[in-house]
Design a protein. Structure first.
Length: 149
């Protein structure tokens, strides 16, 4: 057992430079490789977050512009509809005026025609009255001639 302990102590003495080299290598790599690598990764993460925030702001701005565009489009549609409604009402008013004018002209013509018909009726009636007496005398004479014959 003594020899085993002695061999173990010898092995430990020989392992000391390896352990020291391992510790030195660990601190060296931590300082020279892993430290800068962690800094680069942290900077990359910050830049990525910055780009994400920037893209998020860009999306929000695009959404805002889109909603403004939609609002402007709705206002334009409403304005066009209002103009169309105004034109339709103006056209309807013009049509009503045209119809009223045509109706009044037709009523005037009808009144004129009624007046002409009434005048012609009076003239025809006066002609008939003027012709009735001579006609009745002719009829009576014709009848009397037939009886005499």
């Amino acid at each position: 057992m003594d020899s085993t302990l002695h061999a173990l102590a010898n092995l430990l003495l020989q392992a000391i430079p390896t352990v020291i080299f391992f510790l030195f290598l660990t601190f060296y790599l931590k300082r020279v490789y892993f430290g800068p690598l962690a800094q680069v990764l942290e900077q990359r993460r910050k830049e990525t977050e910055g780009v994400r925030e920037l893209s998020q702001r860009a999306f929000e701005a695009a959404d805002q512009k889109s909603s403004e565009f939609e609002r402007a489009l709705q206002l334009a549609r409403a304005e066009i509809n209002a103009e169309n409604e105004a034109l339709r009402q103006k056209w309807a008013q013009e049509q009503m005026e045209t119809i009223a004018k045509a109706r009044s002209e037709a009523e005037a013509r009808i009144a004129q025609a009624k007046g002409e018909v009434a005048a012609e009726t009076k003239r025809a009636q006066s002609e008939l009255e003027a012709n009735v007496q001579p006609l009745s005398e002719q009829i009576v004479q014709s009848l009397l001639r037939r009886r005499a014959a």
